[in-house]
Design a protein around this ligand. Structure first.
Ligand code: SME
Length: 160
């Protein structure tokens, strides 16, 4: 199956999940599970959320699927995660071993994508995905992950 078709299929499943989720927390839990199970090169999938009111700001591990990571709390000046949250930009790293910012989660990780989640224009967290394959996050994958992060932002914006 072509990558574009497969990604479109996953996007529809994610839409279904958003409709059936009772809360943003539910959506995040379901989303990491779905992406980890259905996208074979997404070997670790998780959210880091900014701790409310923390000074200095701190990213805290939220829903995730994959092996437990030593990095449960990440300050904004550390890691690919810190770079994405502090810049408000998607960060894609094709070879993590060549990026001095990288904080290792698993020795098998070769590439990574981190996409910020926004609520009312402000970064509140991010979706982080690691792959055991180099350069796994091509532009089609970036679009999918950005779509997922935006959906979570929209859900968090809704009054509960
Ligand atoms: N690699 C991340 C740390 C989180 S683990 O990948 C789960 C980073 O460099 O910020």
């Amino acid at each position: 199956m072509a990558v574009a078709t497969r990604i479109e299929e996953i996007r529809k499943e994610i839409d279904g999940l958003a409709q059936s989720s009772a809360s943003a927390q539910d959506l995040m839990r379901g989303m990491v599970k779905l992406l980890h199970e259905r996208m074979l090169k997404y070997n670790w999938v998780g959210f880091y959320m900014l701790e409310p009111g923390a000074q200095p700001p701190m990213l805290v591990l939220g829903a995730f699927e994959g092996a437990m990571t030593p990095h449960t709390r990440i300050p904004l000046n550390e890691g690919i995660c810190g770079a994405a949250a502090s810049s408000g930009q998607t960060v894609v790293v094709d070879d993590v071993n060549k990026d001095p910012r990288y904080l290792a989660c698993s020795l098998e990780t070769k590439s990574e994508i981190v996409v910020p989640v926004f609520v009312k224009g402000k970064v509140v967290g991010e979706l982080d995905i690691d792959s055991h394959f180099p350069a796994a996050f091509t532009s089609e994958h970036q679009e999918l992950v950005q779509y997922c992060a935006a959906l979570v932002g929209k859900t968090l914006e809704k009054p509960s």
